[in-house]
Design a protein around this ligand. Structure first.
Ligand SMILES: *Cc1c(COP(=O)(O)O)cnc(C)c1O
Length: 383
C-alpha cells in the first residue's frame, strides 16, 4: 500500500479504537422531520432545520422562481459579478432583524467566522473564546494570529479576570462566544458579557447559529427576554432555522465595508446561488410574520424536558449527557430501532467524557411523537 493510503488507514484505525469513527450515511428527507435511511423511515430529532422551512412551499417557490429569473449559480465572487440584486434585499432584512446598520452575507457560517476574526484581529491582539465555542470560531481565532485564550464556559468572572490580566498588553481584543450553544442548548450570558466588553473596550462577537428563528421572538439570542443586548458583531447562519444555506455578519456600516475589503472568505469565493439567497429572504418573511410558529421549537423542547425531568430547555437543543462514546452510540442505536433518528455526539466535537445524545426539536414535530420518544428515553436510557 502507498504511504498516503497507509496514513489514512492508520488515522482511521485510531478512531475505530475509541468508537470515534464517523460515517457518512445517505439520508433522504421525506418531509423534513421524517427521513429515509438505509431503507427505513425514521423520525429525526437531530436536524437544525428548527422551523422546517427547508420544506416550506413559499420558501421552495422563492428558490424556483430565482433560478428561473437569475439562473442556477452566481458565476463569480461578489466583488466581480456575483452580487445579484437579491443580496441587497437579504442584507437589508438581516440588519433590520438584528437591529444593526448593515449586514454582510458569506458563503456559510463556517466561512463567516473564519473570515471575520482574521479581519478584526492579528498578531499581538487578543481573542477570548468560550471553551465550548464551535470549531469555526476556534479556527477563525487561530487563523487571525492573535493570542487566543479560552475562558471557562459562560464564566463571566473568568472573562473579567482574563481581561484584567491581558487586555492592556494588546491593542485590540475580541470576545467570541455562541449565543445558543450548539451542543449544549444553553444561552450565553450576553448582557453581562456586553457590559464587560464595553468596560475593557473589547469587541463582542456572538455566533447565533442556533438562535435566529428560535429564541428572542425569532430575532435571536441578543433579544431573549425582550431587551436588546448591545452586540456590535452578530454573526449567524442561514443554514439552520432559516432552512437554506449561507452565513452572515450583522454589524455597523464601517465594519461591513471592512469585511468587503479584507475578509478573505468573502473576497475569494463565489457568491451564493441566487436561489439560496431567495430562500433566506422567504424564510425571514415567515420568521418575522409568524411569531407563533417560530415559538414552536422551544415549546416542543420544553415538552420533552418536562416529560423526561431534564432541566428546562432554553433553546431547541436538549443534550442528554451519557459520558462514554460506547454508551452514547448504544443509546442512539436503541432509538433507531424504535424509529427515531438521534445522533450520538462524541469527541472531538465535544470534550472527552461528555459524549451525549443531542435532541433537537422542530416546530413540525407532533406532540404525540415527542411523548413516545420521551417515554423510551426515560425508561430505557435514563434509568
Ligand atoms: C452550524 C454552525 C456553524 C456553521 O454554519 P454553517 O452555515 O453550517 O457553515 C457555525 N457556528 C455554529 C455555532 C454552528 O452550530
Amino acid at each position: 500500500m502507498n504511504s498516503l493510503d497507509q496514513f489514512a488507514r492508520d488515522q482511521l484505525s485510531a478512531r475505530d479504537a475509541g468508537n470515534l469513527r464517523r460515517q457518512v450515511v445517505e439520508t433522504a428527507s421525506i418531509d423534513g422531520v421524517s427521513v429515509e435511511r438505509e431503507g427505513r423511515r425514521l423520525l429525526a430529532f437531530c436536524t437544525n432545520d428548527y422551523l422546517n422551512l427547508s420544506q416550506h412551499p413559499a420558501v421552495k417557490a422563492a428558490a424556483v422562481s430565482a433560478v428561473q429569473q437569475y439562473g442556477a449559480g452566481a458565476g463569480a465572487s461578489r466583488l466581480i459579478t456575483g452580487s445579484h440584486p437579491l443580496y441587497a434585499e437579504l442584507e437589508r432584512r438581516l440588519a433590520r432583524l438584528k437591529g444593526t446598520e448593515a449586514a454582510c452575507v458569506f458563503g456559510s457560517g463556517y466561512l463567516a467566522n473564519t473570515g471575520i476574526l482574521p479581519t478584526l484581529a492579528g498578531a499581538g491582539d487578543l481573542v477570548l473564546c468560550d471553551e465550548l465555542s464551535h470549531s469555526c470560531i476556534r479556527t477563525g481565532a487561530s487563523l487571525s494570529g492573535a493570542d487566543v485564550v479560552l475562558f471557562r464556559h459562560n464564566d463571566v468572572e473568568h472573562v473579567s479576570q482574563l481581561l484584567a490580566e491581558h487586555r492592556a498588553r494588546h491593542p485590540r481584543a475580541v470576545i467570541a462566544t455562541e449565543g445558543v450553544f450548539s451542543m449544549d442548548g444553553d444561552l450565553a450570558p450576553l448582557a453581562a458579557l456586553s457590559d464587560i466588553a464595553q468596560r475593557y473596550d473589547a469587541w463582542l462577537l456572538t455566533d447565533d447559529a442556533h438562535g435566529i428563528g428560535v429564541v428572542g421572538n425569532g430575532r435571536g439570542s441578543a433579544f431573549v427576554g425582550g431587551r436588546a443586548v448591545d452586540i456590535p458583531l452578530q454573526m449567524g447562519t442561514l443554514s439552520k432555522a432559516v432552512g437554506g444555506y449561507g452565513g452572515y455578519l450583522c454589524a455597523s456600516g464601517p465594519v461591513v465595508a471592512l469585511m468587503h475589503n479584507r475578509a478573505r472568505t468573502f473576497i475569494y469565493t463565489t457568491g451564493l446561488p441566487p436561489s439560496v439567497v431567495a430562500t433566506a429572504i422567504a424564510a425571514l418573511d415567515i420568521i418575522e410574520n409568524e411569531p407563533d410558529y417560530a415559538a414552536g421549537p422551544l415549546r416542543k423542547a420544553r415538552l420533552f424536558t418536562r416529560l423526561t425531568n431534564l432541566p428546562e430547555a432554553q433553546s431547541a437543543i436538549v443534550p442528554l449527557m451519557l459520558g462514554g462514546a460506547d454508551r452514547t452510540l448504544a443509546a442512539s442505536r436503541l432509538l433507531e430501532q424504535e424509529g427515531f433518528l438521534v445522533i450520538a455526539i462524541r469527541p472531538p466535537t465535544v470534550p472527552a467524557g461528555t459524549a451525549r445524545l443531542r435532541f433537537t426539536f422542530s416546530a413540525a414535530h407532533a406532540d404525540a411523537d415527542i411523548e413516545r420518544l420521551a417515554g423510551i428515553v426515560r425508561e430505557r436510557i435514563m434509568h
